[in-house]
Design a protein around this ligand. Structure first.
Ligand code: PLP
Length: 385
């Protein structure tokens, strides 16, 4: 059996090597490394796939900051989000002088518990910022309803959920990140669509807002050397755009590969005492950016798997309200019990597009071995006889 990788970016590259190498060479030959036609072409293609306006930028963190700037959020404005996420969501809000107001996550989906949002809305609340964690989106229908009721912006942190769809109660579907006012995405190498370096994108359905976003990502420029607002320098370079354009063609195939691996894990890890497999939500499809278990004796399981050559990751060990940098927000241990419990129980299994059946079999066999699954089954059988 091949070495098991947590994420196999090189193996995936080899399946597209000729096309990617050629695309990189084309950019080098053109010598248009920044702000080229290639970037516009990629934005166009991703926009067509998503059905929205796409503005490429430097990374997913920048995408969030640009979203706050484009919506005109001001110091002191409150943004409702969850503490069980990657730090960028909250870091950029704080950098902009905004106040993150946390809400706990749902114990089944890891996403913001929408039943608690309304209680957290104050006169200063300006936006709801759901993070679509691990490839499954938050309950956008309910978030839209609340945003309309209270006149709030909706900013989607869709960095882990490219290709996921929101499913509405009338059966309609819409790509994640295009449901709220602004969507943010990351092309960090391990994301659903990953570059060979940093990259990101901001989405907006509204044309005017899209124009503002484009201007902000480019120093607030209107026409050459005419600045209409304060902006930032955040761009996707042409080599990354060319790579992403090739990989976009295979995105659906890659998502199916992730879903197949997840389905195998689901089937074979179901019903183990002390282990909870990901719970599908009826308002979202799942693209399995991560396959994340909730496990009793998580640290022991991780070590056991590690000793068997199975790499795993803990996303995320410590929720943001307990991080030293965010102590000033004045939250305490116990404020968000579900997020705190997740920090102690989550474990993400190897998940990528190149997992082989033999590897999946070995991984589930090892997890079952840890929980004494086969032993207890044998014991149960001998009890019967
Ligand atoms: C990856 C990620 C980001 C940041 O993206 P970068 O491209 O690394 O800056 C933000 N939010 C979430 C939820 C992410 O997973």
């Amino acid at each position: 059996m091949q070495t098991i990788h947590f994420s196999d970016l090189y193996g995936q590259y080899l399946t597209m090597k000729d096309e990617i190498d050629e695309a990189i060479q084309d950019v080098i030959r053109s010598a248009q490394f920044v702000k080229s036609k290639k970037v516009a072409e990629f934005e166009e293609k991703l926009g067509a796939y998503l059905g929205t306006n796409v503005i490429a930028c430097g990374n997913g963190t920048d995408a969030l900051q640009i979203a706050f700037m484009a919506l005109g959020l001001k110091p002191g404005d409150e943004v409702i989000t969850s503490p069980f996420t990657f730090v960028a969501t909250v870091e950029t809000a704080v950098l902009m002088g905004l106040k993150p107001v946390f809400i706990d996550v749902d114990p089944d989906t890891f996403n913001i518990d929408v039943s608690q949002i309304e209680n957290a809305i104050s006169a200063k609340t300006k936006a709801i910022l759901p993070v679509h964690l691990f490839g499954q989106c938050a309950n956008m229908e309910e978030i839209l309803r609340l945003s309309e009721k209270y006149g709030l912006w909706v900013i989607e942190d869709a960095c882990q959920a490219l290709g996921t769809e929101s499913v509405f109660s009338n059966g309609a579907r819409q790509k994640t990140g295009t449901v709220g006012n602004v969507g943010c995405n990351s092309f960090f190498p391990s994301k659903n669509l990953g570059a060979f370096g940093d990259g990101g994108a901001v989405y907006a359905n509204d044309e005017q807002l899209a124009t503002v976003i484009r201007s902000i990502a480019n120093h607030g420029m209107k026409a050459k050397y005419e600045y209409e607002r304060i902006g930032v320098n955040s761009r996707l370079d042409s080599i990354q755009a060319a790579i992403l354009e090739v990989k976009l063609k295979y995105l659906e195939k890659h998502l199916v590969a992730r879903q197949k691996a997840a389905a195998y894990y689901d089937e074979h890890l179901a019903g183990i005492d002390g282990l909870k497999t990901p719970v599908p939500a009826n308002y979202s499809t799942h693209t399995f950016h991560q396959y994340t278990l909730q496990a009793d004796r998580r640290d022991d399981l991780q070590e056991f798997l590690n000793n068997k050559g199975i790499p795993t990751m803990v996303y995320y060990p410590k929720p943001l309200h307990l991080q030293e940098a965010y102590r000033f927000l004045d939250y305490r241990n116990g404020d968000f019990p579900v997020s705190e419990k997740m920090g102690k129980t989550v474990l993400s299994l190897p998940m990528h597009t190149e997992l082989e059946m033999g590897q999946l079999e070995y991984i589930v066999r090892s997890v079952k071995e840890f929980y004494g699954f086969s032993l207890s089954r044998k014991a149960a059988k001998s009890n019967l006889s």
